[in-house]
Design a protein around this ligand. Sequence first.
Ligand code: ADE
Length: 231
Amino acid sequence: MRIDILTLFPEMFPGPFSASIIKRAVDGGLVSLNIYNIRDYTHDKHHTVDDYAYGGGAGMILKPKPIFEAVESVKGEDTCSVILLTPQGRPFSQSVAQELSRHDRLILICGRYEGVDERIREHLVSDEISIGDYVLSGGELAAMVVVEAVVRLLPGVLGSEESLAEDSHTDGLLEYPQYTRPAVFRGWSVPEVLLSGNHAQIAKWRREKAIRRTKERRPELLDRVSLGKDS
Ligand code: ADE
């Protein structure tokens, strides 16, 4: 998979992209992550990327031309999704991450300042994504969140010990409680059933705990899950 990120702050990316699972995926050739500075697609002496809003109002708006030129240059002849990170976008979720992980190429545009010229939305972008109902200063951290969630879903990225299947949200439920050694820590014991070696019992206990935890913390998630006859 190839992911291209267009930003005014390319210096924000190397840190998060050079550690842990993303680094391993890049080093292993499973994903290529490319950062482009939108300012490099300006033609004036001051490398202007923003301007005042028509109609007035506080704040600067990202101009269309540098962003159109950046996307056109990076995209070449390919067809690929062009995604704007913005608090106005559709909510990001595990299922959106799964959907994006099936693409060969993505272009992510990090919005900044008070907004982007509407023609970018209307004529350049094919999708808009928000990572939550709060406002960041720009789309950079949101793009990192999307990349992290998508890359770990790519085939071969996670080893079997980091398997996806039981992650929170993968099956629409929050994950069940997990324990490791010691069996008793400061007087607090690991639930007996987990030490029993009875795999059917353990699976049943985990499913019950996952459902209970989801009910308590995120009841709205349960509306979207089919729980089966025994729940
Ligand atoms: N840019 C600013 N805030 C954002 C958010 N919540 N999600 C995605 N992009 C953003």
